[in-house]
Unconditional design. Structure first.
Length: 249
């Protein structure tokens, strides 16, 4: 977590899907540093199959595109205070029917199915400020990008989903919010950031803060939104993008 920021998640139970790399891993580490018990998911069989150390976390393999796998994951948990629906990503050939359907499935349908499966656990939470669901949205939630028709539609739908969950499940003690990440350095985006300087310069021209985001920027926002400090915040999407969504090129 960034210097000067302190959260206390002692005894909180947190699930981060796609927590084996990138933004998900940064979120998982931030919760762990704040005292939480953290479970992460990934596509590989075991935590030891990754090149980096994941021993701080409980690990479960997950096919995020399978409803059965999502429901089995929820059944495996004894308790849950915070669910971070992070897993997802753009798919190959989203202009093809199969690629488009797959992107919707893993980026928004999975969040609905896992949230619904975890609802009884979240309802039973005694975490101060209420249990929370976090979605990881994107600038494609707000802007059209010609190469991601499925991903963009799914991320826009995720913004609407947290609104619906927030208004519908608030009476059950569950809050739902999203973080819309701008261009953030991860293992997946680093090749584009380092290899396409003209594209990055165009993005930075829109931003008030002239740098690419770090995964820790997204993690800090997630921890705030699930903390007691945000106990009256639900159904919202917080853009963490250096001002990209408010600027003009």
């Amino acid at each position: 977590m960034k210097k000067g920021i302190s959260f206390d998640y002692s005894d909180a139970s947190v699930l981060v899907t796609g927590g084996s790399n990138g933004i998900g891993l940064a979120i998982a580490r931030a919760y762990k540093e704040a005292g939480a018990d953290v479970t992460i998911t990934g596509r590989r069989t075991a935590a030891g199959d990754y090149d980096h150390d994941l021993s701080d976390f409980a690990y479960q393999q997950l096919d995020v595109g399978s409803r059965d796998s999502l429901e089995a994951l929820a059944r495996s948990l004894d308790r849950l205070d915070i669910l971070v629906n992070n897993a997802g990503g753009a798919q190959d050939n989203e202009w093809g029917h199969d690629g488009f359907d797959q992107s919707l499935n893993i980026n928004v349908a999975s969040a609905f199915h896992l949230s619904t499966a975890c609802k009884p656990l979240l309802e039973a939470s005694e975490f101060e400020g209420g249990a929370s669901i976090i979605g990881i949205a994107s600038m494609t939630s707000f802007f059209g990008y010609e190469w991601t028709p499925g991903y963009g539609a799914a991320k826009a739908a995720l913004v609407q989903l947290v609104k619906t969950l927030g208004i519908s499940w608030g009476p059950n003690g569950i809050r739902a919010n999203a973080v819309a990440a701008g261009m953030t350095r991860t293992n997946l985006t680093a090749p584009a950031i380092d290899g396409m300087p003209e594209m990055i310069e165009g993005m930075l021209a829109r931003q008030g803060i002239k740098r690419v985001g770090e995964a820790e920027d997204i993690a800090a926002a997630a921890l705030f939104l699930t903390s007691p400090a945000a106990s009256w915040v639900t159904g919202q999407t917080l853009a963490v993008d250096g001002g990209f969504s408010t600027g003009m090129a």
